[in-house]
Design a protein around this ligand. Structure first.
Ligand SMILES: Cc1cc2nc3c(=O)[nH]c(=O)nc-3n(C[C@H](O)[C@H](O)[C@H](O)COP(=O)(O)OP(=O)(O)OC[C@H]3O[C@@H](n4cnc5c(N)ncnc54)[C@H](O)[C@@H]3O)c2cc1C
Length: 454
């Protein structure tokens, strides 16, 4: 690469991973971060003895490479947990996933869910594969085989109905996803799905309709978390091995013609390659010489935001639950998780700490002045906070860019944005730089790939 100047914008896991992998190849890069600390969404804080993340962040691994990478960084400071996740439905707690744990729901609901699933399996199986008819194939397992076929061409609502049938759709999939995405599922494509939603077989669904199922479903059936400290242990350990990280350095302008970035301080830096992890809608605003056509594509990107309230409470709950999903419309949050069950070091002895997540967007705004009292009221209603749990710490994180929304414009707009950036030697990566539903593991790999592509 000779002496090419490489700048990295942002020190979240994607930017740090890019910097680390470049350094490994002997390529010097400078990382500029607008905040006072590295880590981006994987920062943590300590408030009155409670350890809080910027919303719950758990490590899942699909690749040996990333597992070893994190293990090398954290050494013994990493613990594996078997997931204990739940759903609050019909004013009671059932195990996750809903579709495999119907047994404690009202009888009529179980019947509707089972019949819907059988009907969906039957119709779709016959429709989609005339040679292997429903009657000639075993029931166990076939929903797996059909679950992800052709998903690019159908909307998310069709996929839900097609995969689970009308009952499971009505009682969980539609209300939960509408709440989470802030849009009805028919407005979404299925491009983001790849394995996020577990699809049990009919046998597993029937089993779970008879009694509680402890079978492990889905990509997150177990997870990893630092033994001591918050999720920030990962970026801190990574940053500790990288030279030339500059915090409190906000980029306020990018001149693609002069190949120069200008900081809030007025300092300027020239580049040959710019690796950016800045969210695409923000990046578009920084590039003053952006073409009108490209700007039009950037403006079509949509996202949801998360209002995250972290609470420290007297007397922890001893249920050992890790997190709970809330599909009900009359409860304002979609998920609550318990930090003290990830690591006992995250709360003072005997106390509890939890995170609450409320989703919002331009199409479904929230009243930020009223949302905290509403959250606390709903936590009481769901029995998560009782009279004994006096709140002793509160921490708010309003996460503007949370999940890129995969609507009808998503694919083409994203493609055009990234193509404009690459043409201008800007390699945009990470969850918000490449505008994809990516985990910590995914962005570490994305940073690595970008570093190896130079
Ligand atoms: C609510 C929520 C929960 C999540 N939970 C999980 C989970 O449980 N497990 C999991 O694996 N993943 C989870 N994720 C995903 C995970 O957080 C991301 O994949 C990952 O942290 C993204 O890293 P990144 O470096 O791409 O982006 P970021 O962490 O956003 O980093 C971008 C960096 O760029 C900096 N920046 C922005 N603008 C400028 C500027 N103008 N100048 C300089 N710097 C700038 C920012 O300050 C930031 O540090 C979750 C995400 C959300 C939103």
């Amino acid at each position: 690469m000779g002496k090419k100047r490489v700048l990295i914008l942002g020190s979240g896991l994607a930017g740090l991973s890019a910097g680390w992998h470049l350094q490994k190849r002997g390529i010097k890069a400078q990382i500029f971060e607008k905040e006072a600390e590295v880590g981006g969404l994987c920062r943590s804080k300590n408030i009155d003895g409670f350890g809080f993340d910027y919303d719950g962040h758990l490590l899942h691994f699909k690749h040996r490479y990333t597992f070893n990478f994190i293990k090398d960084l954290l050494g013994d400071n990493l613990t594996q947990h078997q997931r204990s996740s739940w759903i609050y439905a019909f004013d009671k707690y059932i195990r996750y996933p809903f579709q495999a744990n119907l047994h404690s729901l009202p009888e009529e609901v179980i019947k509707e869910c089972l019949l819907g699933f059988v009907q969906a399996s039957k119709n779709n199986y016959c429709d989609n594969n005339s040679k292997n008819t429903f009657a000639t194939r075993p029931w166990f397992g076939f929903p797996h085989s059909r679950s992800h076929k052709n998903k690019k061409n159908i909307n998310f609502l069709d996929w839900i109905n097609w995969t689970f049938g009308k009952g499971i759709a009505k009682y969980f999939m539609i209300p939960y996803n509408t709440k989470f995405w802030t849009l009805p599922p028919e407005k979404l494509t299925c491009e983001w799905l790849s394995g996020f939603i577990p699809v049990p077989s009919l046998g597993q669904i029937i089993k779970g309709a008879i009694k509680e199922s402890k079978e492990r479903f889905g990509y997150n059936s177990h997870f990893w978390y630092p033994k001591k400290g918050g999720i920030n242990q990962v970026p801190l350990a990574l940053a500790g091995q990288i030279k030339n990280i500059f915090t409190n350095c906000q980029i306020k302008e990018i001149n693609t013609f002069k190949k120069e970035v200008i900081m809030e301080s007025g300092n300027r830096e020239k580049y040959d390659y710019l690796i950016s992890t800045i969210p695409l809608p923000e990046l578009a605003r920084l590039i003053k010489d952006i073409s009108r056509e490209a700007l039009c594509s950037f403006k079509k990107l949509r996202w949801n935001s998360i209002f995250n309230l972290n609470l420290g409470i007297e007397k922890k709950d001893n249920s050992n639950r890790h997190w709970i999903y809330f599909p009900q419309k009359d409860i304002c949050f979609f998920r609550v998780g318990f930090y003290h069950n990830f690591s006992s070091f995250l709360a003072p002895k005997g106390k509890g700490s939890l995170y609450v997540e409320v989703s919002y967007s331009k199409t479904r705004p929230i009243d930020k002045k009223k949302v905290i009292s509403r959250i606390e009221k709903d936590l009481k209603r769901a029995g998560i906070i009782t009279a004994e749990n006096k709140i002793c710490a509160r921490d708010i994180n309003d996460i503007k860019y949370a999940y890129p929304i995969y609507d009808g414009n998503y694919s083409l707009s994203r493609k055009k944005c990234l193509s404009f950036l690459t043409q201008n030697n800007i390699l945009s990566c990470g969850r918000y730089g490449s505008w994809r539903y990516m985990s910590m593991e995914d962005v570490i790999l994305d940073g690595k790939n970008i570093a190896e592509s130079l």
